[in-house]
Design a protein around this ligand. Structure first.
Ligand SMILES: Nc1nc2c(ncn2[C@@H]2O[C@@H]3COP(=O)(O)O[C@H]4[C@@H](O)[C@H](n5cnc6c(=O)[nH]c(N)nc65)O[C@@H]4COP(=O)(O)O[C@H]3[C@H]2O)c(=O)[nH]1
Length: 707
């Protein structure tokens, strides 16, 4: 019995020992599992919680240290140190869970950390373990709480970046490794007139229309990995948009491309203002034509091209005649309108290959390409003249203007663009001299002459002060008694380097630059000084004739000057003769009439020089009181043989006689010429036959013999 009891006891002991061992084994497993769980919870910043309705307390198993160092603690829900701003949301969620309105509890809120006393983000999630379904409430719940402060911070950073991506004013596209669009931001959709859905999945290359720099997709994305430059995108609506684009590649650690980022901005405005500036720099703002600087550039290029292709070019320089009058009389608005209309008419005469430019003011320049054929140039020039001569109807008024055109030709020579323009300009001046409204070609000879005249003009300004003028006197002889009737004062210029310059060369220049008035007055003064002295010496009514130019005669103080000179020099008025040409009497008749009357009142003689060459009507002889007609030399040169000249000279002498005028034959060189005029009744002769113009000293010798 005792053995059996002992055996049973031993078996029980063994069994118990086995149970203890099994329990220990299970316990150790549980402990390990619990440890692993806590390690896992700790690794994820989480710990466990449990809540019982019976005591309304929440137990926080804080072994992971989420809420500080204290391992486990228990507190009522209301004691949780919640952020005031999260309080209501927390309570509402908890009550819904407690009231079984939701199966799970999942809430994020801020919690005052007991250790660092800062607000941490905590996420609580869990489930009901036991529910009183009759009362509709949770009796026992458990779950996990996690510190999500870092995750929250990361999320807000990501949100920030996402917002920045979405809201930046630059368009942004993120492409996947196949270079298809993965994401686009709002600006990209705005620029490309698209919606996100339009772009998603679209191959990026389909967007690119054009770029100013070469853009090889594969090269740029996978080799260079960075590209920046100007390019044009196709918008979804089919239009094109210029953009400034920046492409970069995102790579992984193995340097493989992961994504591509395309950042771009719409440069339409910039392009417009660039174009506007370009237009301002290259085009005339009024007419829209090429301006001077653009023309000069193009001319240089065209000449270079012409050299290669053996091309001939013609450059036409146009200046509108009488434009200044329109501008001055009707204002700049009218002038501008006229220029615009003129530009359009000129352009209408030219095909696209030719270049028209507004050179400035009322000047236009045209470059004709491939101008081998002179007839073609002439034809175009005539068309241009005709177009401008047609009436301009502007703001209810009608204007008539013309244009003068100078043409220079380039045919493989070494003329620079500047010379080509300058020569056409010179030729244009020649066209003006030829009476405006015509075209002239540039000629080197004419240019040399023009340059010579320019030099003389500069020298003329200094000539009076430098005492370079001298008066020669040419005798006028009365053939009845072979005595001296008078002398004509004729100016001579001793140019310091060119020697004696003839008056018919420099008088014209002096007239064109206005110096003639000073020159005439110098001659008049000298002639009066001499004449006064001769009168005193010889006491004879002996005429000293002085040439007076049109400009001088028209001066308002002309009579005052004559009067003052007579007084100043003591020259008797009756000894002075003023020689004017018929042209003087034809324009500004009122002034001519007044001045002639005043001369008559002064007692000064007036002679019409070069008579018969100027004006066709002789009616003016009725109006103007003159004393003498000087027969022009051109009628006398061949009078010996030419019957027409004989008839004309007879008529002039007859006319003078009938009007009681004196008549002088000028330019008599031979006895035959002399005989022809004398037999027709002209007795006063001026010509080489008797004497050439001579210096004063020589004349004074002559006077002693013939006066
Ligand atoms: N071949 C030839 N020529 C003869 C003969 N007889 C006279 N002459 C020239 O004929 C010109 C006459 O002067 P003009 O008709 O008033 O023509 C003048 C006059 O229009 C102008 N001139 C000269 N001196 C003055 C001046 O002081 N003031 C102005 N405004 N003009 C002047 O220059 C013109 C040319 O003057 P000149 O060269 O001195 O030329 C002078 C004279 O030398 C002749 O028998 N044969």
């Amino acid at each position: 019995m005792s053995i059996s009891l002992l055996l049973i006891g031993a078996i029980l002991l063994l069994y118990r020992q086995q149970q203890i061992n099994r329990f220990k084994h299970i316990n150790s497993k549980l402990q390990k599992s619990d440890e692993r769980l806590h390690q896992a919870l700790k690794g994820s910043d989480s710990d466990l919680w449990e809540w019982h309705d019976s005591n309304q307390l929440i137990s926080l198993d804080n072994r992971g240290g989420v809420l500080g160092a204290e391992p486990t603690f228990t507190l009522a829900i209301a004691e949780l140190p919640l952020h005031p701003a999260d309080m209501d949301r927390f309570n509402k969620t908890w009550l819904e869970f407690y009231g079984c309105q939701t199966d799970v509890l999942d809430i994020e809120y801020r919690y005052l950390h007991p250790q660092d006393r800062t607000w941490h983000w905590l996420r609580i999630n869990g489930r009901a373990v036991e529910v009183d379904s009759q009362a509709g409430k949770v009796i026992h719940a458990a779950g996990m709480y996690t510190d999500i402060t870092k995750k929250r911070a990361l999320e807000s950073e990501v949100n920030l970046l996402a917002q920045a991506f979405e809201n930046t004013s630059e368009g942004m596209l993120i492409l996947n490794v196949n270079k298809d669009i993965k994401i686009s931001n709002a600006a990209a959709n705005l620029i490309l007139a698209s919606h996100k859905a339009d772009l998603a999945g679209k191959p990026f290359i389909e967007l690119v229309a054009e770029s100013t720099e070469p853009f090889d997709m594969d090269d740029v994305f996978d080799k260079e990995r960075f590209w920046t430059g100007e390019c044009e995108f196709y918008c979804i609506d089919g239009s094109r948009c210029p953009v400034w684009m920046n492409v970069s590649t995102m790579i992984n650690d193995s340097a493989e491309s992961l994504y591509y980022v395309v950042v771009f901005s719409d440069i339409t405005e910039r392009k417009h203002s660039e174009q506007h500036l370009k237009r301002l720099a290259n085009n005339d703002t009024l007419t829209g034509l090429a301006n001077r600087s653009m023309f000069s550039r193009r001319l240089g290029q065209v000449i270079e091209a012409a050299k290669q292709h053996d091309e001939t070019l013609a450059l036409l320089f146009l200046d509108l005649d009488r434009f200044k009058h329109v501008n001055d009389s009707y204002g700049h608005g009218m002038g501008d309108a006229l220029l615009v209309e003129a530009a359009s008419r000129l352009q209408g005469c030219l095909s696209d290959e030719h270049l028209l430019c507004r050179f400035g003011g009322d000047e236009f320049v045209i470059l004709l390409r491939d101008a081998k054929d002179i007839d073609t140039i002439n034809h175009i020039a005539k068309q241009l003249l005709n177009q401008i001569e047609m009436p301009f109807k502007l703001y209810g008024r009608e204007f008539f203007i013309s244009t003068s055109i100078g043409i220079s030709i380039w045919s493989g020579d070494d003329q620079t663009p500047e010379t080509l323009i300058k020569n056409a300009d010179l030729a244009m001046y020649h066209a003006k001299e030829e009476g405006r409204g015509n075209f002239q070609y540039y000629s080197a000879e004419r240019n040399a002459e023009a340059l010579y005249h320019l030099r003389l003009e500069a020298d003329l300004h200094k000539a009076i002060a430098a005492n370079e003028f001298e008066i020669y006197y040419q005798p006028q002889v009365n053939v009845d008694n072979n005595r001296l009737a008078g002398v004509e004062a004729l100016i001579r210029w001793h140019h310091p380097s060119d020697g004696l310059v003839r008056p018919d060369v420099f008088i014209g220049i002096a007239e064109s630059c206005g110096l003639i008035v000073d020159i005439d007055r110098w001659v008049l003064t000298q002639a009066c000084i001499d004449g006064a002295r001769w009168y005193k010496e010889y006491q004879q009514d002996f005429l000293v004739s002085v040439n007076v130019s049109t400009m001088h005669f028209r001066q308002p103080d002309f009579i005052d000057f004559i009067n003052a000179t007579l007084h100043r020099t003591g020259m008797p008025a009756k000894c002075l003769s003023i020689e004017i040409t018929e042209g003087v009497l034809m324009r500004e008749i009122d002034i001519a009439t007044q001045h002639l009357l005043a001369l008559k009142q002064l007692g000064v003689d007036v002679a019409i020089d070069d008579f018969g060459t100027g004006y066709s009507s002789l009616a003016y002889l009725r109006t103007f009181k003159v004393n003498t007609l000087k027969i022009d030399r051109s009628f006398l040169i061949h009078i010996d043989q030419n019957q027409a000249d004989q008839a004309i000279v007879s008529s002039i002498i007859e006319l003078a006689r009938n009007l009681s005028l004196e008549v002088i034959a000028e330019g008599i060189e031979t006895p035959e010429q002399l005989a022809q005029v004398v037999k027709r009744g002209c007795h006063i002769i001026q010509g080489y036959y008797f004497a050439k113009p001579m210096p004063k000293a020589e004349l004074e010798q002559h006077m002693k013999q013939y006066l």
